[in-house]
Design a protein around this ligand. Sequence first.
Ligand SMILES: N[C@@H](CCC(=O)N[C@@H](CS)C(=O)NCC(=O)O)C(=O)O
Length: 208
Amino acid sequence: MKLFYAAGSPYARIIRVVLRETGLIARIAEEEVTLRDPNSALLAYNPGGKVPSLELDNGAILNESLLVLAYLDTQHGGRRLLPMDGSDGWKILAETGRAYAFLDAVTVWNRELRFGLKAPGVIALETTRAERAADAFEAALGKSGYGGPIDGGQINAGQIVLGAALENIARRHKVWAWRPGRPRLSAFLDEIARRPSFTATVQPEIEV
Ligand SMILES: N[C@@H](CCC(=O)N[C@@H](CS)C(=O)NCC(=O)O)C(=O)O
């Protein structure tokens, strides 16, 4: 199997973290590709041109990080990162979706600043969405949300997506100072960023 990724992509990073947390990295090669490039090697595999893209041994190409994560979760012998049997009352499924909405908001906001027209309406909408989500994470962390067994070793999909989103802000979306007033969310990031799966996949910094 082969994972196509870009070092700056938070969506690809989710999968790179999953590979390391599950041990699947031993079975999967990683190939870095260029984005928004008509000559990108990725386009022969994924006409959509987005990472992450995972080539399976039978030649199938999976994209969309959540689908790739769900597939990989069937391929390792450890505890499920994203339980699909309701054994946790669907808590991790719910938390993963909420973390994705947060990551998507920050990504739209960031792209508007980097590649878009800096439209005030778009920026205001996504800033408000991100602030609201961050407040909800701060509250949830006080009630065992996103807590789980992170300090006991294995982490879950919701924690990985939230960690990847916050790391992305720290390195590639510095315009947003989200930490003041959110001590639990700050501590969450500080802890998850120390995991080997995160330190091995650090994104290059940019000034946005
Ligand atoms: N919903 C997708 C988003 C993936 C995505 O937007 N990837 C970006 C990098 S962060 C990309 O490949 N962009 C290339 C392009 O827009 O052409 C997922 O979860 O995988």
